[in-house]
Design a protein around this ligand. Structure first.
Ligand code: HEM
Length: 415
């Protein structure tokens, strides 16, 4: 996977060498990645997008339109990542379409991505051939998808550098700003290519993965009526006690919606958006992994989709969506949490986990709070090239009649 070029120029994500990876990761760790700083830096911007999303869903509800809900939440995730990266949404929520076909092209590319990652001969020989390689890999001349994104990153970085040169105090607190400010251990800035590669990195790593998590969790809740009923009751009770903000804050869900939090954990346990960790390479002399000798230079990975359905840990009902398994006791919750690989582990663990969690904690309960959802087609979770996404999850939304806490408005939008 690393160094295939299918994700554009090398970034943190695709840097194979451990030392180089560590240095890059340290350099970009100046951005707010953990939940505390994120709440200060991003929560109000996410609130604005949630408000816009609910407004757009009300329009679909009023027109009695059938919508693919997993695609709609995907468009939300893409806009959040573009806001975090460049300070501007792509406009997918506003325009109710997958702007620049970012999500569609990502999914279209997965089979090729999976094939390239698995066949060394193809990636090390064929993709390096001058004409063929260029023809197969994304190019900045493409008018949509990854190629367009690379071109957009170039445009955004060049414009920002020019603005910063004219007015140095004008830095916007987005990831691009942190990439431009990042310094390697010798004090040098990222190279021009590295700056551009990192600005697109978050969108590649975090848009469709979060989209899948959002879509899967909703699908599980809505297709399991007993859970839906209890989740609704929990939200209504918290709303009636005035414990939920408009729109819901990360802390509201964490403190007052324990069943909803359990649904989130259970949803990503069963449908991890990246089904396996990206491979590690065993060192020259080989390595003993869990009692087995693996020769040097071999790619090894751990498969979240399998590990997270292990009956020895979860019991005979491991394949079922049962959020209550997370509510047994703190100790049990801790043990289950320790066995989750959804966001990876170790020095390459997902940098954007808390961004993704914030989106889940804020958008999903707000949808259930504001709408009744009529299921038309349950859809399914598919995996292509090691990456999962949802298709065909069709619903009609019915805006809920205001009652108790939900008589409140979302930032001035009448309910
Ligand atoms: C539910 C959503 C997400 C899932 C399931 C997910 C999953 C993962 C996984 C499995 C890895 C590789 C970890 C490993 O090999 O040990 C990873 C890496 C990464 N993720 Fe996420 N991710 C999600 C959302 C995000 C978001 C929203 C962002 C950005 C804001 C992001 C940024 C990154 C980055 C930058 C890396 C590379 C880290 C490195 O190599 O040091 N991810 N993610």
């Amino acid at each position: 996977m690393y160094g295939t070029g299918t994700l554009g120029p090398p970034s943190l994500f695709t840097t194979l060498d451990g030392d180089q990876h560590r240095a890059l990761r340290k350099a970009v760790s100046n951005a707010p990645w953990s939940i505390g700083p994120l709440k200060n830096a991003c929560e109000s911007r996410i609130d604005d997008q949630v408000t816009l999303f609910i407004k757009k869903m009300r329009e679909h509800a009023a027109a009695k339109r059938t919508i693919c809900l997993s695609d709609k939440v995907g468009e939300f995730a893409a806009d959040i990542l573009s806001i975090i990266s460049f300070s501007q949404p792509f406009g997918s929520v506003e325009n109710q379409r997958d702007e620049k076909a970012i999500l569609a092209n990502w999914r279209k590319g997965l089979a090729f991505f999976g094939f390239t990652a698995r066949f060394r001969f193809f990636r090390e020989i064929v993709l390096k051939l001058p004409v063929i390689g260029l023809w197969l890999l994304p190019a900045t001349s493409n008018d949509s998808g990854m190629g367009w994104l690379m071109c957009e990153a170039d445009r955004q970085v060049s414009t920002r550098e020019k603005l910063n040169a004219e007015n140095p105090s004008d830095g916007k607190p987005d990831f691009m700003h942190y990439c431009l400010e990042a310094r390697l251990s010798d004090g040098s800035p990222l190279t021009p290519i590295q700056k551009r590669a990192h600005v697109t990195l978050l969108i590649q790593a975090g848009a469709d993965t979060t989209a899948t998590a959002l879509g899967s969790i909703l699908r599980f809740i809505i297709t399991t009526p007993t859970v839906l009923e209890r989740v609704r009751a929990e939200i209504e009770e918290a709303d009636a006690a005035n414990l939920l903000s408009n729109p819901i804050k990360y802390e509201d869900t964490r403190q007052h919606l324990p069943l909803f939090v359990a649904c989130i954990k259970e949803g990503i346990r069963l449908n991890p958006p990246a089904t396996n960790l990206f491979p590690r390479i065993t060192p020259k002399g080989g390595k003993v992994v869990d009692g087995h000798f693996v020769p040097g230079g071999v790619e090894v990975t751990s498969y979240a989709y399998i590990v997270q359905r292990n009956k020895a840990l979860y019991g005979e009902d491991a394949e079922e969506f049962k959020p209550e398994r997370w509510l047994v006791s703190e100790k049990r919750n801790f043990d289950l949490e320790a066995a989750q690989f959804t966001f990876g582990v170790g020095p390459r663990v997902c940098l954007g986990k808390d961004v993704a969690m914030m989106e889940m904690y804020k958008l999903l309960p707000e949808i259930i709070r504001r709408f009744d959802i009529e299921l038309e087609q349950p859809g399914k979770y598919v995996v292509v090239g090691g990456v999962g996404y949802n298709v065909g999850f069709l619903v009609k939304l019915v805006a809920k009649t205001p009652g108790h806490g939900s008589t409140a408005t979302i930032s001035g939008t009448p309910t």
